[in-house]
Design a protein around this ligand. Sequence first.
Ligand SMILES: [Zn+2]
Length: 422
Amino acid sequence: MTPYIAHMRDRIVSMVLIILTLALFAGGACHASDLALIGAKIYPSPTEPPIENGSILVHEGQIVAIGPVSAIKIPPGATVIDCKGLAVTAGFWNSHVHILPPGLLRARDSTAAELDAQLDTMFNRWGFTTVFDIASVLDNTLTLRRRIESGELRGPRILTVGEPIWTIEPVYVRDYLRDNNIHIPDTESSVQAIALVRDHAAKGADGIKLFTGSAQAGGKVAALPLDVAKAAVEEAHRHGMPVFTHPQNLEGVEIAIDSGVDILAHTVPDSPPWTPEFVARLKSANIALIPTLTLFDFVARGSQGTNQERDAWVDKMVAELAAYSKAGGEVLFGTDIGYTDHFDTMLEFTLMARAGMTYRQILASLTTNPARRFKSSGHSGRIANGMDADLVVLGADPANDVTAFSNVHYVIRSGKLVFHAR
Ligand SMILES: [Zn+2]
């Protein structure tokens, strides 16, 4: 081979390589999964200033660019969503749900269309891209999660505690569990509690739920013995799992504090008003609070009381949230849907605002607080490069009125459009 021919051969090889590289880049840039949201008011996080006229670029399930419209180049072939007049936040977390409604109970045998319809109604259309299921049938919930993660279903990322730990089931779920053939055993000893935690950890559960107080007939409450609670919490923490509790009354909260529980799943109906000293104890125990104010309104509407009695009861829980939030306690948004069918989130935002929470604090309860608490801050809770492309597009600006958080126009989960208001 003459030097000239060798030289030409090398040139041709490098030209082919350059063309191949360009083609690969071009292919990447025009990937079908590219999505661009343009012209929105963007809230990157609860603490950063909003971008007034911004764009977000999504590629293969991740955010790859965020900034003013003029600074973001939209690749040809990207799906563009015009967000003029709309506001965008990171995808919402609901930290108190149940995968228990009849429409989700047969996750293996139901059709995709049946499950999608239920997931849309409960989660997708309200902007929930991650939910923490805090009591359900573990095997069924894991099946549902697999079908969502495979791309077969439209739904949120599901974290789950599976079956809870209680000495005896609460009176208000007894009929439902029996009618749906759900058997959740009573936990009577530390040995049993530890066995349940190990079983759940091995199967892929993400947390543990206790009923440190379980409501019984006639206003009685069955407390979980402190040694059982302690054993469960210790074993859960050994597996890196957070522990939720349903407290029900003051004794249930005291057991939670003494056993090292991480999250109160509700404000507390049967407790005296929360004093600064009590709030300080909860805070120093590093306990997060899920208010579930809509639940108490829902329960009160189902009882015999007058409107005045109902309002007074809900106001008591609003006051507990106000005391905790004003003291700087951590609040996680949660509504107990799946136990209730009150899926609309507007009332919860209204009541959270009544407790004195600002739109930034409410946004934190929906995004950065749960992401941090559940060790997901590296990929969830903020709009930034490299984060999961979980996004909620709102029809109005929550800075003007917090009920805008329930005015959901588009929802994107892992870069896919899962809801579009029509
Ligand atoms: Zn619940």
